[in-house]
Design a binder for this molecule. Sequence first.
Ligand code: ZN
Length: 232
Amino acid sequence: MNNSALVLFSGGQDSTTCLAWALNRYDHVETLGFDYGQRHAIELTMRPQLLDSLRAMRPDWKSKLGQDHVLDLSLLAAISDTALTSEVAITMQENGLPNTFVPGRNLLFLTSAAALAFRRGISDLVGGMCETDYSGYPDCRDETLKSLQQAINLGMASKLTIQTPLMWLNKAQSWQLAATLGGEELVELIRTESHTCYLGERGVLHAWGHGCGACPACELRARGYAEYLATQ
Ligand code: ZN
């Protein structure tokens, strides 16, 4: 398929923004989620609702949205012991990385996505990785993803492109991008229906969305939303 994309869609703010970006850009868009024993597995249950809302929002998006895939990568929880996959407190480690870091997660995600895209005849992968406003995860860096793209294409004799539209945006700019892509309606949809909190907390609806309000993911999201509002 020409001009087609497979979006790594977790149901979070970033991947929902990426999905809207892809729907404005490609003729055919499929989505992929991963079940890896994450504490915030609630994000998996938000995905179908978000997809329905996006379809309801724009008829042209509805006609472009194809199959939704969910892959079981529970082996991640079996091979790594991190705060994202087990019930321990979120802390900073001696190596400067928070213990929410799951070693190899994005490498595994993108390699799995590439194999699926290969089977589906899809040319581009789209992911919400970002190295501007992030937790320092080395597998979110542009250099890592450029190298992975090369390794994947060498290893599969393919011409896949890994697109990362949020790479150089801070969180406030990501909200702004959502507004540009789908207006206030999309911002509101992302605010109320996407899930970011590492602890899987939905609870009350804060100004910036649902979440515990205290974990690193909630803090980033809340700060970015406040900055975005200040520029309006
Ligand atoms: Zn949280």
